[in-house]
Design a protein. Sequence first.
Length: 108
Amino acid sequence: MTTEREQLELAAKACGFHDYRSVGIHLFEVKSHPTWPWVIWNPLHDDGDCARMEAALGIDVKWYKSGVIAHIRDTGIQSEVFINHASDKNAARRAASVAIAVEIWRLM
């Protein structure tokens, strides 16, 4: 089992960020380019960051009545049940997508 910080670090690596750092319990910063400023990035808690990560990695999301499945070819499937995330569908999506991003990094 990986911690949230470890998940964010591996997801950042999968997205191609070379500079990243943890700046708090739920805050993580990345740099897209060495001369650009640090920006907050947390696809586990931010829908926009999650959507950009999904687009960058080609993660597909499928919605069902009680849960969501994120997947990408050759990486397996990660599913989350809404009730496990206080019925927050977006929280379930973010968790599933970050889990796939971590798996993508492990397969690289």
